[in-house]
Structures are given as structure tokens and as C-alpha cells.
Ligand binder design. Structure first.
Ligand SMILES: Cc1cc2nc3c(=O)[nH]c(=O)nc-3n(C[C@H](O)[C@H](O)[C@H](O)COP(=O)(O)OP(=O)(O)OC[C@H]3O[C@@H](n4cnc5c(N)ncnc54)[C@H](O)[C@@H]3O)c2cc1C
Length: 457
């Protein structure tokens, strides 16, 4: 299509496409390098899955020192703490306050924001993107830039620009399950806490249900032994729940919100393509009904939920995995499981393979764990450099990785770190007049470290 006559809505040297955790960190990092940066985001706030998707906490890296591999993560924690919006580590946070803090740090750094604007296509000339084609209340228009960072989570910009990608589990062709998270408030924690203890005694199963130090944690899965499993079975038999409600149900407290439990459910196992608008619509509509059904179950079968109500349902369908973009380096399952190290690494993690589903379908025996005394894998900078497009980086959950590797690095610590690295990489590309693939990943890491990012030794 010829878009050349469309009006120019905005422009910047670095255009960050999508303002999720990765996009927001990318924008802040590029602006800290003194660059003119714009974020284009379809919703009215930053944070994506972490905020509009009600997704917390930031998962632990499973490395002893829990390195965040990001200087911005420290800043976010320091801004959230006095607001009562996170715990000491910064891991457990209030999603609403995170939206406020992400906006503040970006705007203070000079980042321009263009909210409520959907990126529908790109204009490309000589292997480079020259503009995004966007739609918003003003109609169709262009956003021009010199360097682009795809933080859409689904690689929308990469794909429109012609980049390659894989999608889903190579053994089944299916993407990871989708969830529509919700939050329940006015739970009587004392009563629920006592009930948890009573149920542990009654069932003899001490499985993923606890009330400790003012914090609730509960979970039930289809397989395995869980304290509440038989209550779920009873509810399914009575027609109060369906099997999928039991297949993955998980809840935990939210820092700064008393008597509140955030649920990492309901989960959808069959229609899981997050790039299919019909799937997104269906999961929003059915998801709300299922969240209500689960609340009614809590009220009828558990104690402490008598006055509880749903205080939030995610505005954004929770997509764990959709397209994985073909980058200059694609992190393989073997890299992850054999804990490969890279000179140009920007992120370290030992977060496990985390493939949801009624059955875990990967063969652990295939991969040998290499013990080099450094129990973590690393993500190289090259996995952020989109293959075949000369001014495009990809960041967040759709960076260059195979399905199995993505199931680990999709969590927020690595998404944040990848955004920061991409932002600095884009700034260096402009400063040094280089193509993204010519940028020295070691230099990117050195800048991250000089600003306070921490890595395990
Ligand atoms: C249900 C669920 C539970 C999870 N639980 C945890 C957990 O407990 N801990 C943890 O650390 N991680 C968890 N994760 C993983 C983690 O939260 C996400 O992978 C991570 O936040 C993704 O960040 P991102 O910035 O890459 O992408 P996203 O958060 O998806 O951000 C993409 C952004 O781009 C915008 N966007 C997309 N397309 C367009 C477009 N075409 N035009 C304009 N804007 C666009 C979106 O609105 C969004 O703001 C979970 C994920 C899910 C789905």
C-alpha cells in the first residue's frame, strides 16, 4: 500500500514500539544516553503485561545474588518503595503504582509518549524502516524515526518489516497458554489463613498453600498433590467449576494492597495464538466469566472470601509467548540448559524452563547440564538485533530465542534487562553511525554497569 501521503503524527531519533516492561526500559535507557526518544503504545500507560496485565512479582533469577542486570530496575524500586508500592527487593509491586513510576522516569528523562496509538504497518526503504504506520483517534498517520526498537511483545513491527520468526512449541505447533489475570480484594486473611491450616490437616497435603508473615500463597494444578485439589474436584462435580479452572489456579498477595490476592488465572490451554484477534476477544469475554466463577467458588468452598470482590480484571490478555523473532543470534534450548556464556551478554538468569500446559511436553533428558561453577545462562546482545533489517532491534519476550529458551527468559527481569540493552544499543548505533549488528555488545554492558547494573561473578 502507498502510505506516503499520510500525515506525520510524530517523529524521533529512536522510536520505541510498544511500552511494556521492555519498551519502557528501552526508552528510559536511550533517553539517558541523551537521545530523542518516543514511545508509541496502544494503551494509556506503560508496563504492558506487568501493569495492564496485572502480572507480578518479578520472578527471581534463581542466581544466589539475584542480579537484575539493569540499572533502571534499581531506580524503579527506589521510586516505588516510598509510595508503598513494592517490597524491599522491588520484586513484588503494585501494578497501578508501577504505571505511575514508569511514566515518571521516562518523562523525566525526556521521553515523548504517544499513547492510544496502534502500530499497523511500516514503511521500509533500502532495508531500513523509515516510518511506522499508525492508527489513532486522529486517523491513519506516520511516525518517523531513524532507529526503531520493537517492544510489542509479539514482534509486530519486525514481522511487518519482513523479519523471520518462529511461533509456538515445535513439537505441538501451539503457543504457550494464555491467561486473563484478576485481583480479588477484601479477603479476610486471618480467616483464610486459618482455613489453609485446617485444610492441610484435613487432607494431609501441604501443597502450595500458605499464610506466612501476612502473605498468602495458594496454587492448584491439574497434576500433583495440592492442598485444595479435592475442593476443586468437588466443585467440578457440582458444576461450580470446570476442569480448566483446576488446571492452573494460583494466587498471592500484592504489596501495598491489604487483604488482596492477585490470581494468575484463568488460563486458556486450547486457543493460544495471541496474534489472532478472535482469540484475544474470546479470552477477554470468557476470561471475565471464568474469573467470576472462580470468585464464586472461593466464596462457597473456602473461608475468608465472604465479603471479597473482584477489584480488577486485566485490560490486556496475558500472552506468554507468540512470535519469536529471528535475530542475529537465536538463543537455543541447548544454550539455556547447558548454561552457555557469551562475551556480548547483557543478562544472566537461571530461571527454569517454564512451559505451562496440562502436560509438560519437553524432554529434559535430551540436554546435559554443564557445571562451570556459574549456575546461570546468558543472553547475548546479538539476540536483540533483528536479522535483515538495518535499523531495528527487538526486545522483551519476543527477542531471538527458541521456544524452550523463551519459556525462561520471558519473565520480567530479562524483559527489563533486554529493553535497557536495546535502548543503549540503539543510542550507540546513532552515535557511532553503525548498523545494529555492528554494535559491540560488551560496550553496551559496560554502559549498563557504569550506571549501576549488577551481574553475578
Ligand atoms: C499470565 C502471565 C503471567 C506471568 N507471570 C509472571 C510472573 O509472575 N513474573 C514474571 O517475572 N513474569 C511473568 N510473566 C512474564 C512477563 O510478565 C512478560 O513476559 C513480560 O512482562 C513481557 O514484557 P514485554 O515488554 O516484552 O511485553 P509486553 O508486556 O507484552 O508489552 C508489549 C507492549 O506493547 C504494546 N503493543 C503491542 N502491540 C502493539 C502495537 N501493534 N501497537 C502499539 N502498541 C503495541 C502493548 O500494549 C504492551 O504495552 C507472565 C506472563 C503472563 C502472560
Amino acid at each position: 500500500m502507498d502510505y506516503s501521503s499520510l500525515p506525520v503524527f510524530a517523529s524521533a531519533d529512536i522510536v520505541v514500539c510498544g511500552g511494556g516492561a521492555a519498551g519502557a526500559f528501552a526508552a528510559k535507557a536511550a533517553a539517558d544516553q541523551g537521545k530523542d526518544v518516543l514511545v508509541v503504545e496502544q494503551f494509556g500507560s506503560l508496563g504492558g503485561t506487568a501493569t495492564n496485565g496485572l502480572t507480578m512479582p518479578v520472578m527471581h533469577t534463581h542466581i544466589a545474588s539475584n542480579p537484575q542486570c539493569s540499572y533502571i530496575a534499581n531506580l524503579v524500586r527506589d521510586k516505588l518503595l516510598p509510595l508503598g508500592g513494592c517490597d524491599e527487593s522491588g520484586a513484588n509491586f503494585d501494578p497501578f503504582l508501577l504505571k505511575v513510576v514508569l511514566e515518571e522516569i521516562c518523562v523525566d528523562a525526556g521521553v515523548k509518549l504517544l499513547f492510544h496509538t496502534f502500530i499497523a504497518d511500516v514503511i521500509k526503504e533500502d532495508g531500513k524502516i523509515t516510518a511506522l504506520v499508525v492508527a489513532n483517534k486522529a486517523g491513519l498517520g506516520l511516525v518517523k524515526g531513524k532507529m526503531f526498537i520493537d517492544g510489542t511483545g509479539d514482534g509486530d513491527v519486525c514481522v511487518r518489516a519482513g523479519a523471520g520468526y518462529t511461533k509456538g512449541n515445535p513439537e505441538t505447533g501451539k503457543n504457550q497458554p494464555i491467561s486473563l489475570r484478576y485481583i480479588v480484594s477484601n479477603v479476610d486473611f486471618e480467616t483464610f489463613g486459618k482455613f489453609i491450616e485446617e485444610e492441610k490437616k484435613r487432607t494431609g497435603i501441604d501443597g502450595a498453600a500458605s499464610y506466612y508473615d501476612g502473605k498468602i500463597y495458594v496454587a492448584v494444578c491439574a497434576t500433583g498433590q495440592w492442598t485444595f485439589s479435592d475442593l476443586f474436584d468437588k466443585a467440578i462435580a457440582a458444576g461450580d467449576l470446570e476442569f480448566d479452572d483446576k488446571a492452573y489456579w494460583q494466587g498471592f498477595t500484592v504489596t501495598g494492597r491489604p487483604n488482596t490476592i492477585a490470581f494468575n488465572s484463568p488460563e486458556f490451554f486450547d486457543e493460544t495464538d495471541g496474534t489472532d484477534p478472535d482469540v484475544l476477544t474470546k479470552t477477554q469475554v470468557i476470561g471475565k466469566k471464568r474469573a467470576l466463577r472462580q470468585l464464586m467458588f472461593c466464596k462457597k468452598y473456602l473461608k475468608g472470601f465472604e465479603g471479597a470482590y473482584i477489584s480488577d480484571i486485566s485490560a490486556m490478555v496475558g500472552i506468554r509467548e507468540s512470535r519469536n523473532i529471528t535475530a542475529e543470534y537465536v538463543l537455543s534450548a541447548e544454550d539455556l540448559l547447558c548454561r552457555r556464556k557469551f562475551d556480548d551478554m547483557f543478562c544472566q538468569s537461571n530461571y527454569p524452563v517454564d512451559i505451562h500446559g496440562k502436560q509438560l511436553n519437553f524432554n529434559k533428558e535430551k540436554y546435559k547440564d554443564v557445571d562451570d561453577g556459574k549456575p546461570w545462562y546468558e543472553i547475548p546482545f546479538r539476540s536483540l538485533v533483528v536479522k535483515g533489517i538495518d535499523n531495528l532491534f527487538v526486545t522483551g519476550r519476543c527477542l531471538g530465542a527458541e521456544f524452550l529458551a523463551q519459556s525462561s527468559l520471558r519473565v520480567q527481569q530479562s524483559a527489563r534487562s533486554s529493553g535497557e540493552a536495546a535502548g543503549i544499543g540503539a543510542a550507540l548505533a546513532l552515535e557511532e553511525g553503525k548498523l545494529p549488528r555492528e554494535i559491540d555488545g560488551k560496550k553496551v554492558r559496560e554502559i549498563m554497569v557504569s550506571r549501576g547494573a549488577q551481574y553475578a561473578e
